[in-house]
Design a protein around this ligand. Structure first.
Ligand SMILES: Cc1cc2nc3c(=O)[nH]c(=O)nc-3n(C[C@H](O)[C@H](O)[C@H](O)COP(=O)(O)OP(=O)(O)OC[C@H]3O[C@@H](n4cnc5c(N)ncnc54)[C@H](O)[C@@H]3O)c2cc1C
Length: 367
């Protein structure tokens, strides 16, 4: 009987997994179905650009999958029944049975972290979030505060400030700006924020988001017409609800071949998965890990289905690429364990470099 491989999520990880598996496995032996909530590929790394009013390329999944033999189901996964090995969907065909499952449902903004964030803050974590933020800042006036100065917060603050010079933008963090970067990298970030007129507030803990701005743990307030929540990402609860082994944050727990620690017929890749390097450090939520994990999981599934033993995944980092508007950027080169080295690339050279990587990623996914 034909084996059914179902891949959940057509982001960087799921698309790479489905296409990689289609390349490796014979169509007569394995049928592959890819399930995604929307019918197009979302270039999440450009969502701050979408929020700032730029047009993104339309990338229909049907085009990206043409000729692969992969069946596309556009529907939202609402539950996974681990015992019956079925996935429940919110639209036709409503139920899908699987023999092997790849879990690659990505992440969303962690707006449950403080009261009021879900109700009053915007974000740039999903396509819909970015469109809502674009509508909110369309008149390009007033004040906007970005809460969370990780890479996404920095990119969102600078992009929005560049696109809307009339908007007063503040960036708030409970720690220090660029804590994981080199000294040169941190200096460049501060210069770029200054140039964009983005006011930085460090060591400032937010306890609540209200309709009129941020309420701080020390009792203070930061009034703002709009709040963008970029302080962390969270994952869908489906893996936990299915009874799969997950970590404290609900990320699917997998071994060195990205196979679920509790359910051997389940594999995972991307933001929704907690993979660990040989040094015990958890994978960073990024395309830099999602794409190789997706490609790797295709090989891992193919090896398992053909009776071979896959080699363990070796995650290695090379850089962190941060855009600072359209004409500036920071490329922080790293060691394989993601720790920064002194070398950085800045300015237009970094912006061009990141643009080339981003385009190259879509080019690779097309193939
Ligand atoms: C603004 C922004 C900028 C970023 N910049 C960078 C960067 O410069 N470099 C970098 O490496 N990383 C960057 N990232 C992080 C990167 O985008 C993510 O790590 C990456 O998208 C993870 O890939 P993924 O395939 O795991 O998940 P995703 O790309 O999120 O894909 C998950 C897919 O699953 C689908 N899905 C989710 N739930 C369901 C459901 N219930 N049913 C059906 N489908 C569902 C979604 O629609 C989506 O298509 C950025 C993120 C953001 C938000």
């Amino acid at each position: 009987m034909t084996h059914h491989l179902v891949v959940l999520g057509a982001g960087y990880a799921g698309l790479a997994a489905a296409k990689g598996a289609a390349r490796r496995l014979r169509r007569g032996d394995v049928r592959i179905t890819l399930v995604n909530a929307v019918g197009h590929f979302v270039e999440r790394v450009r969502l701050h650009q979408l929020a700032a009013g730029q047009q993104l390329k339309d990338l229909p999944l049907s085009t990206l999958l043409a000729g692969t033999g992969i069946e596309l189901v556009v529907a939202r996964v609402t539950a996974i029944d681990a015992a019956a090995r079925t996935v429940r969907l919110d639209s036709a065909p409503y139920t899908l049975a699987y023999d092997t499952l790849v879990y690659a449902l990505g992440s969303t903004a962690a707006t449950a972290a403080v009261p009021g964030a879900a109700a009053h803050a915007s974000s740039v974590a999903t396509y819909e979030d970015a469109v809502r933020l674009r509508e909110r800042t369309r008149d390009a006036q007033g004040s906007l505060v970005v809460a969370g100065a990780g890479l996404t917060g920095i990119e969102a603050a600078t992009e929005l400030a560049e696109a809307h010079p009339g908007l007063k933008v503040q960036l708030v963090t409970d720690g220090e700006l660029g804590a994981g970067l080199s000294e040169r990298g941190r200096r460049h970030l501060r210069t770029a924020l200054d140039r964009h007129g983005v006011a930085l507030r460090e060591h400032t803990r937010v306890s609540e988001v209200a309709a009129h701005g941020l309420i701080l743990a020390d009792g203070g307030e930061i009034p703002a017409d709009a709040v963008v929540w970029t302080a962390g990402f969270c994952v869908p609860g489906l893996a936990r609800e299915a009874g799969f082994a997950v970590d404290a944050r609900g990320l699917l727990s997998v071994g060195p071949t990205l196979r679920s620690l509790s359910h051997p017929e389940v594999f995972g890749a991307g933001d929704a998965v907690a993979a660990y390097g040989p040094d015990g450090a958890a994978s960073r939520m990024s395309c830099q890990t999602g794409l190789p994990m997706g490609a790797y999981v295709a090989g891992s599934v193919a090896a398992t289905l053909t009776g071979r033993t896959p080699k363990p995944l070796r995650l290695r980092y090379v850089w962190q690429n941060i855009s600072l508007g359209r004409r500036d950027g920071l490329t922080q080169f790293t060691r394989a364990d993601d720790s920064p080295v002194a070398a950085v690339l800045t300015g237009r050279a970094s912006a061009r470099f990141k643009e080339a990587i981003t385009r190259g990623t879509v080019f690779a996914l097309r193939r």
